[in-house]
Ligand binder design. Structure first.
Ligand code: GLA
Length: 694
């Protein structure tokens, strides 16, 4: 059992790590340890004794597991509450504990307010194989009057005492997601957040912390995520008492939740882990966990798809799509996806969203003839939708103008000519379930790309049942409910999460979506960097990557294929504009990808040289049994003369003997890893090499 009850509290052990917490002398639930697993349960330190320093009482100095706002506490707390009588102070004390066995054993710690009928339960689940601890919180109003939750975060993660920590995170914008940032944490609070109603292109609820000396392959790293697709906040705080802590949760900005008598509020989960093996090891643990425990089809191989967007944009009809489908099928594509433009009144981005039935002019006989053609060609059929959105020029909006997020006295600001349906409302949820369920029931559709192409404005909900500000959470819960219901009814459909590219990439949505459309930027050099940032969090099977015509003047088809083959391969170029020779070349890359995709989609990822910092970059995938691997290397622009440094492979079995395509001789795994190999590449040239155990 990985959960131990000790003299002082509890120790949660994973395969190689441990997390200890307990009650200190003052009865506060205190963090004790998070790091490498120690030989004996008694090895873990007891809770630190309460400390005092002028102007700083123990409330400020104790590393509490879940601090509420009370006493002289000025650190960022996890919980802020106003009770019915106006008291804005929550005094939680330990009440009881229970251990629940299961696949992921769980420790539940019940805390209660010393005066008010208010219970907070801290949940800790142990995901042993991936060295992750999951935390979330349930708050229950046990009284008879409502109370307001003003902040209720999922977890506060404490680092060992120290003052040289470095935070790694990602930032970006539309077309330019996932820049890796690495910066020292200094005294004060560093906040990353989204106020956009969705996860956002700009930041991601993910962190990796090291002591300033870790790299891809070695060093202590504490890392974690928040599994939430709405407004979120990450607060990384360093105090003048050598304490560093990271809190994650639903954003408290403009947040309020009226907790009625007898009701509970449950936060999203935060997952976090520790490794001594550097940033690469942290990523691999997250990748395994996402595949094993989060994704609906984590071990289903993804098909090579063709998507029509960059070829035909809104100009879709049976003839144009059938022609593309024929060419795609000949190249070996397995799934044909028709993007935007197929539904009622949709000729450009000014109309149609909300009316999810086939456009009568473009598809006079519905989608069935096109789907049949695609199926006859041996491919599955997929479709694009944007369920949360509505154009004012649509039947839906004309019938239900009150269904959108709005303030009655304010203009309704449009983004891409569209407004956002309020999915906090159950009538809106039911409408969408009905429409999309019908689409999926009446047509043989096995793939849905679920898009979301704007962020929020005027976040009002005039007839909200509780506080209007609950919208931020209830909308996301509504998205989860609609999507989850459709998933249940159509369990074999593969779903993709898109929000103008990578605007909704998180572990909350990956419980519903199988893949993520990483960026609308499909230029392969830009994509190298974006994909690498993405790979710090998400596994390659979730990373959908198309070969398109962007950058074709400079980048060979080979280079563009190699970049996209690093994830779940797709094609998005205009196939009618490709020459016969290019289509034949594409067919060869597709055939190769089919052979190596299990290694890429399900293997271990090693970032050998970063495209964020080097014009010569390399990434390697190794099968779980270490019998096979694939190496990709890319050179963008380097001034001459240049000597490319050797590439040192990773993740091979040191004793086994391997051959690497293009190199003579069979060498031990150890030799390939320590002596390296030399590649020759010209500017904007790339290579893929298979690695095989012999
Ligand atoms: C978004 C997506 C694109 C495409 C368009 C369609 O921008 O990210 O891939 O689907 O919408 O309007």
């Amino acid at each position: 059992m990985p959960i131990h009850t000790t003299e002082h509290g509890w120790v949660l052990e994973t395969q190689t790590t441990a997390y200890a917490l307990g009650l200190n002398e003052a009865g506060l639930l205190t963090h004790c340890y998070w790091g490498a697993r120690l030989p004996n349960v008694n090895d873990y330190p007891p809770p630190p004794s309460p400390r005092d320093w002028a102007f700083n009482r123990p409330a400020q100095l104790t590393p509490e597991e879940y601090p509420g706002y009370e006493d002289m506490k000025f650190i960022d707390p996890c919980l802020k509450v106003t009770f019915a009588d106006g008291v804005r102070d929550v005094v939680l004390r330990y009440d009881s504990a229970e251990v629940v066995e299961g696949e992921a054993p769980e420790l539940r710690l019940h805390l209660r307010d010393v005066h008010y009928p208010f219970r907070v339960t801290l949940h800790y689940r142990v995901h042993s194989a991936c060295d992750l601890i999951e935390r979330y919180v349930t708050a229950t109003n046990l009284g008879e009057t409502p109370m307001m939750l003003e902040r209720i975060w999922s977890a506060q993660w404490h680092l060992p005492p120290g003052d040289r920590y470095r935070l790694t995170h990602v930032t970006g914008r539309w077309l330019d997601e996932m820049h890796l940032r690495r910066e020292p944490l200094t005294q004060g609070i560093k906040v990353l957040e989204s106020r956009r109603l969705t996860t956002s292109h700009h930041h991601n609820p993910w962190f990796a912390i090291d002591r300033g000396n870790a790299d891809e392959h070695q060093g202590e790293v504490w890392f974690g995520v928040l599994a939430w697709s709405g407004n979120w906040k990450l607060s990384a705080e360093v105090t003048d008492f050598s304490s560093t802590r990271l809190s994650l949760g639903v954003n408290d900005w403009d947040f309020s939740w009226r907790l009625e008598a007898g009701q509970s509020f449950t936060t999203p989960s935060s997952y976090a882990g520790y490794t001594a093996g550097g940033f690469g090891s942290a990523s691999r643990k997250l990748h395994d966990f996402i595949r094993d425990a989060i994704l609906p089809h984590g071990h289903t191989q993804h098909k090579i798809l063709y998507n029509s967007w960059e070829a035909t944009f809104f100009n879709v009809d049976e003839a144009s799509q059938s022609t593309l489908a024929e060419l795609a099928a000949k190249m070996g594509v397995e799934l044909f996806v028709m993007d935007d433009g197929w539904f009622h009144g949709r000729n450009d981005d000014h109309a149609g969203l909300g009316d999810w039935w086939p456009d009568e002019k473009k598809f006079p006989n519905g989608l069935a003839p096109l789907i049949k053609r695609v199926n006859d060609l041996g491919m599955d059929f997929g479709l694009w939708v944007e369920p949360e959105m509505v154009n004012p020029n649509s039947e839906l909006y004309r019938a239900h103008p009150d269904w959108v997020i709005h303030f009655p006295t304010r203009a309704r600001t449009e983004g891409r000519n569209q407004l956002i349906l309020n999915l906090g409302r159950t009538d809106v949820q039911d409408y969408l379930v009905g429409q999309l369920d019908r689409l999926l029931t009446e047509n043989n559709i096995t793939f849905i790309k679920w898009d979301m192409n704007r962020n929020v404005s005027e976040p009002g909900w005039p007839d909200a049942p509780g506080d209007q500000r609950e919208l931020w959470v209830r909308h996301v819960q509504g998205v989860y409910r609609v999507w989850g219901t459709l998933r249940e009814r159509h369990p074999n459909v593969i779903w993709q999460s898109c929000s103008g590219g990578g605007g909704r990439a998180d572990l909350g949505i990956l419980r519903l979506a199988d893949q993520i459309w990483v960026s609308d930027n499909t230029e392969a050099v830009a994509r190298l960097r974006i994909q690498e940032g993405f790979s710090h969090i998400f596994p390659a099977n979730t990373m959908e990557a198309w070969v398109t015509d962007m950058g074709q003047e400079r980048l060979s088809l080979e280079f563009r294929f190699h970049v996209s083959m690093c994830g779940s391969l797709g094609i998005g170029g205009h196939l009618l504009h490709w020459s016969e020779a290019q289509r034949a070349e594409a067919a060869r890359w597709i055939a190769l990808y089919k052979e190596i995709r299990p290694i890429i989609q399900f293997g271990d990822l090693y970032r050998l040289r970063s495209p964020q910092t080097h014009a010569f970059s390399a990434v390697q995938y190794v099968s779980k049994d270490r019998s096979e691997g694939v190496l990709f290397a890319f050179r963008t622009h380097l001034p001459i003369p240049t000597d490319l440094p050797p590439i040192y492979l990773r993740g091979l079995d040191p004793e086994s003997r391997y051959e690497v395509e293009g190199f003579t001789g069979i060498r031990s795994g150890m030799a390939w890893m320590c002596a390296g190999l030399d590649l020759e590449l010209r500017d904007f040239q790339s290579t893929v090499r298979r690695i095989r155990r012999v």
